[in-house]
Ligand binder design. Structure first.
Ligand code: MFK
Length: 572
């Protein structure tokens, strides 16, 4: 009997194989920092493609467990995480996934290096990036609030490279009555006669309930039965003996994806907590955390896109159908090329925002730059979250039936991606945040100014079709921004998603064009230009003419194609 076997997709070193990342860092990091960061990035790229990927597949079905009672009837609420999850804590600390942003070594580019590390780690981490995002966000929020005792108590741990000392933080915001609408928060903060505070309430989704600290919102009890102001509180869920203090774990959530992440539903019943800064303005105080976790979300989304393209591309170089490797079939190559172009656009948009963040944290942004960063944070998050799901789905489809089989490890990619447009604000909530950011006139002007500067530099005639589309879209976006002033609030809100997506696409294209110019003029690399032309034609004009040679260049993504291993066909 003939038995047909296929070669599974393989991953090479995920740093070395990523020409978009390496080119970006090559362009934007000064040489000494490039030299210092390269070995660390390469080490993580190796780990991500090797040991961690193998373990992800081998431990696919292992999940965290909540043990609520001990055999003698005592309530213990112990959350047993997976072995890989435990190891990721140590790896995250020792690779400086949070620490790098707070150390002096790579300033003023530390955020760029840090997020390059995060990007490599995320697809291999079983979504350990979720608690890391919240840890980074908590460090930033504590610094912004400026409470010296809390900074002294927690910052050194949140930014430690020592796995024993390293703490992660939770971000406990979501309640049954207030997920997106955080004003619905019902948790109450009650002050005791000794001046300390206790929290009482029900947190509906607390990602990583295993964190050593958390920032959470609660209403300060007023005594008159009225809803008190919303304040930001710091808490440590466990006492010195590791027992929850005033917290009951009601259950772990049965989620579509992120199955290794022990997201819990918690009852707070007298949890000791400390106000972070005063007893009001909770949303304003937690906003620095949201903006950091949203940046992580964007970086993790593009990392997911990149992993999907890497797997789909490798498979297309192995699998033979219709007498040729998939990558040689024009329509398959066109599909891969479109995926690569979509990924590159999302990458440029996200890392552009990361660069702005780096400048902001080093006091190198003026007011207009600050307004632009405020705008691009939700813009990048909503765009990349949405597109990551579509792209992973495309990758699974391009692998055919095997992409639908659990034990290939591929379906988990899709399930995990689906959280990206949900947590940290859904697409619609983020689109409304874009409107909030645009209420500062400087944001819209800075955005258009940035687009114009990027387009003005894209002077190579080979880029002309993409430039034409970008200019047309620029006109539409500018007209919409202008028209907003005269429309009702309801009309503005109804159009917010379309506007935000168009703005994200336009800036992504402008950034791609700029990278394409650099590719043509400096790196002698036509692939970014192919990506810009493809993105402009694909996302913005479905009927664009196709170019098989350029598709193939992007699909295979090497300038000179090495010999490929053919698919295995075994006949027993
Ligand atoms: C793998 C990647 C890992 C990613 C991490 C995963 C972690 C998962 C855990 C979670 O998902 S936790 C839940 C996340 N929840 C949200 O993201 C909430 C979504 N809802 C919103 O974002 C709402 O827009 C918001 C709660 C902010 C609305 O609240 P309000 O009180 O109606 O907002 P309002 O009144 O407009 O703003 C209050 C203040 O905050 C204003 O400042 P002022 O008091 O000075 O006027 C706003 O300007 C400010 N503000 C709001 N959003 C801001 C902001 N400031 C800066 N940046 C922002 N984004």
């Amino acid at each position: 009997m003939d038995i047909f076997t296929q070669s599974p997709p393989q991953l090479g070193n995920q740093f070395d194989a990523d020409r978009v990342l390496t080119a970006f860092l090559g362009r934007h990091l000064p040489a000494p920092m490039r030299d210092a960061s390269w070995p660390r990035l390469r080490a993580l790229g190796e780990l991500a493609a090797g040991e961690l990927w193998r373990r992800q597949l081998a431990e696919r079905t292992v999940e965290p467990e909540l043990i609520q009672w001990d055999p003698w009837g005592r309530r213990i609420d112990s959350i047993e995480v997976t072995p890989m999850w435990r190891d990721c804590h140590a790896l995250a600390a020792s690779h400086g996934l949070v620490a790098t942003a707070y150390e002096s070594e790579f300033q003023p580019y530390a955020r760029v290096v840090q997020f390059a590390l995060v990007y490599l780690f995320h697809p291999a981490s079983d979504v350990y990036t979720c608690p890391l995002a919240m840890t980074d966000g908590a460090a930033r929020a504590l610094l912004a609030a400026g409470n010296p005792e809390l900074i002294e108590r927690a910052l050194g741990r949140l930014t430690s490279r020592d796995p024993e000392r390293f703490w992660t933080s939770g971000q406990w915001m979501t309640e049954t009555a207030g997920g997106s609408d955080v004003r619905g928060t019902r948790t109450v903060a009650r002050q005791r006669p000794d001046g300390t505070w206790r929290l009482y309430g029900h947190k509906w989704f607390t990602s990583a309930a295993t964190a050593e600290m958390a920032l959470t919102l609660a209403r300060v009890e007023t005594g008159g039965g009225e809803r008190g102001p919303l304040a930001l509180f710091y808490l440590e869920p466990r006492d010195r003996d590791g027992r929850f203090q005033g917290i009951r774990v009601l259950r772990l959530k049965d989620k579509l994806g992120t199955r290794k992440l022990p997201t819990a539903e918690l009852e707070l019943d007298g949890t000791p907590a400390i106000p972070v800064h005063g007893l009001d303005h909770g949303v304003r105080l937690i906003a620095p955390m949201l903006n950091i976790t949203r940046t992580w979300n964007s970086v993790c989304a593009i990392a997911t896109m990149r992993r999907s393209v890497a797997l789909a591309r490798d498979y297309a170089g192995r699998r033979i159908a219709f007498g040729r490797r998939l990558e040689e079939l024009p329509l398959h190559a066109a599909t891969l090329a479109r995926m690569q172009a979509e990924f590159e656009a999302a990458f440029q948009l996200t890392f552009h925002q990361v660069r702005l963040l780096a400048r902001a944290e080093n006091d190198r942004l003026d007011d207009a730059g600050g307004a632009l960063l405020r705008l691009l944070t939700p813009l990048a998050k909503l765009y990349t979250g949405k597109h990551a799901v579509a792209l992973v789905s495309e990758a699974l489809e391009s692998i055919g039936g095997a992409g639908y089989l659990e034990d290939t490890g591929l379906p988990a990619l899709l399930r995990d991606a689906q959280v990206l447009p949900i947590w940290e604000g859904t697409t619609n909530v983020l689109a409304l945040d874009v409107l909030r950011a645009l209420s500062d006139q400087a944001a819209g002007s800075a955005y258009l100014g940035e687009v114009d500067a990027l387009l003005a530099a894209a002077a190579d005639p080979r880029l002309e079709p993409a430039l034409r589309r970008a200019r047309a879209l620029r006109g539409e976006v500018a007209a919409r921004l202008e028209a907003m002033a005269g429309t009702s609030e309801d009309a503005r809100q109804a159009g917010a998603r379309d506007l935000a997506l168009a703005m994200a696409r336009l800036l992504a294209l402008a950034l791609l064009l700029e990278d394409a110019m650099h590719g043509l003029e400096v790196r002698a690399d036509p692939r970014p230009a192919a990506a810009a032309l493809n993105f402009a034609g694909g996302s913005m004009a479905p009927a664009a003419a196709t170019d098989p040679a350029s598709d193939r260049l992007l699909a295979v993504d090497v300038l000179e194609q090495p010999n490929r291993t053919p698919a295995t066909v075994r006949c027993d």
